[in-house]
Design a protein around this ligand. Structure first.
Ligand SMILES: C[S@@+](CC[C@H](N)C(=O)[O-])C[C@H]1O[C@@H](n2cnc3c(N)ncnc32)[C@H](O)[C@@H]1O
Length: 202
């Protein structure tokens, strides 16, 4: 989807997603010592605001100005400061080696664009820092609920992990997430990959 479509989607006064952080973000990042964090494709800011509340100096990047306005309101309500950057992630280059955490949640792009974005995300991770990527898995199409319907933009653990050299992969697999639907609670299937920079920057 392009910027205008996301702006249109975010136009409603309610949150499209929720004010709560993603469950895997909480599960895997709550114990980390805060430093500098970068949330690529931050949307309405639920994960960036949660990180800021935990003491991270957080930057949230998205091309939807409407999404970022809502993110700014959420941060204001929670009394935290987040740096919001309006940028297209097909072009955006974060500061290399400067982030103790880079988060990418449910950010789906065609394969070439995704690979380029992931390369820049890898470069942005500081020595000792971590990269976490969570998004809709390709098996979600037939076995799960929600998410994009175009298989080209869906993840597999292998396709994501394969783009993260020279980081060390500590986890690459599928995880399930309950989703409330009109037909009751169903499950969505996500790819979750966590990696860290264990060696110095080249
Ligand atoms: C499904 S939402 C996820 C939002 C957030 N990460 C979360 O988990 O709540 C995907 C976000 O990616 C953003 N996005 C999509 N393509 C983008 C691009 N090329 N550049 C910047 N942001 C983009 C959209 O505006 C949207 O906010």
């Amino acid at each position: 989807m392009e910027k205008t479509e996301w702006d249109q989607r975010y136009k409603t006064s309610e949150l499209i997603w929720t004010a709560q952080p993603n469950r895997f973000v909480v599960e895997h990042l709550a114990e980390l010592t805060p430093g500098r964090a970068l949330d690529l494709g931050t949307g309405e800011g639920r994960n960036a605001v949660w990180l800021a509340e935990r003491g991270w100096r957080t930057t949230g990047v998205d091309f939807s100005t409407t999404g970022l306005e809502k993110a700014g309101r959420l941060a204001g309500e929670r009394g935290v400061a987040v740096e919001w950057v309006t940028a297209d992630l097909r072009e955006y280059s974060p500061e290399p080696g400067a982030h103790d955490l880079v988060l990418i949640a449910y950010m789906h792009l065609p394969p070439d664009d995704l690979a380029k974005m992931l390369r820049r995300a890898v470069t942005a991770v500081a020595p000792g820092g971590r990269l976490m990527i969570v998004g809709h898995d390709v098996t979600n199409l037939d076995e799960g609920v929600g998410g994009p319907r175009d298989p080209r933009v869906l993840y597999t653990p292998e396709s994501i992990a394969g783009c993260l050299e020279p980081l060390t992969i500590s986890r690459a697999g599928r995880v399930r997430r309950p989703v409330a639907t009109d037909a009751g609670t169903r499950e969505a299937i996500d790819t979750l990959v966590i990696a860290s920079r264990d060696t110095p920057l080249p």
